[in-house]
Design a protein around this ligand. Structure first.
Ligand code: ZN
Length: 223
């Protein structure tokens, strides 16, 4: 009997309703937005055009985890005020809706957006404002998308700071936060350093995800 296969061309994939469960807010800026935010805020970039910024931000395949994390340092330079955070979150949701994503879980560590004095709550509220505005605008166009946040603790932070992030995640549970994650450089930063934060979020009922095995291999997953 002859088998028939569905042809999964681009429009077929586009039209499928999708869920995006793993996207980093600070890894998802439109190059043009990053460029504009940097010039408005006089943040120096290593390149001088939007096109070269787009290619600079592409990490060559096979690069180390640290190679990826270097790019995050650059995006974070323009993610230190409420307006920028709101805009970036707004665009991320709108861009996913344009790809027919209906459920979006975006993740980030709010402690990294506090270089200019924002509180973690101000960071989170700004991102949530952008997300909710985007959902409303998408709905007005007759489409639909729902988005939630997974808050990340960073392995390289002290256990006190990740515990603070876990408390924040618990406080915003059912108000925009749907999970707690551990991310960042693995070498020298074992997951067990953050046992308290993970237990706090887990016992409060938050689903947990852990980045592991990207920087150190299987032994990091076994931890
Ligand atoms: Zn990730």
């Amino acid at each position: 009997m002859q088998k028939t296969y569905l042809r999964a061309d681009e429009s077929f994939i586009h039209n499928l309703p999708k869920a995006e469960l793993h996207v980093h807010l600070d890894g998802s800026l439109r190059p043009q937005t990053m460029f504009e935010l940097a010039s408005e805020r006089e943040v120096p970039l290593p390149v001088s055009s939007i096109e070269s910024l787009a290619s600079y931000m592409m990490v060559p395949e096979g690069s180390s985890l640290e190679g990826y994390l270097k790019r995050f340092e650059l995006t974070l330079l323009v993610m230190q005020d409420c307006d920028a955070l709101e805009r970036i979150a707004y665009e991320l949701v709108v861009d996913h809706a344009a790809e027919n994503v209906r459920w979006l879980e975006l993740r980030f560590c709010p402690q990294l957006n506090r270089e200019q004095g924002l509180s973690a709550e101000e960071v989170l509220d700004s991102v949530l404002r952008g997300m909710r505005q985007a959902e409303n605008d998408v709905a007005e166009r007759g489409q639909s998308i729902q988005s939630e946040i997974i808050l990340c603790g960073l392995r390289s932070h002290s256990s006190a700071v990740t515990s603070e992030t876990a408390e924040l995640a618990v406080a915003y549970m059912r108000h925009g936060v749907c999970g707690f994650d551990l991310a960042g450089a693995e070498a020298g930063h074992p997951v067990l350093n953050h046992r308290h934060a993970i237990n706090r979020a887990y016992q409060a009922g938050l689903p947990i995800t852990l980045h592991a095995g990207e920087g150190l291999g299987p032994e990091s997953i076994q931890q």
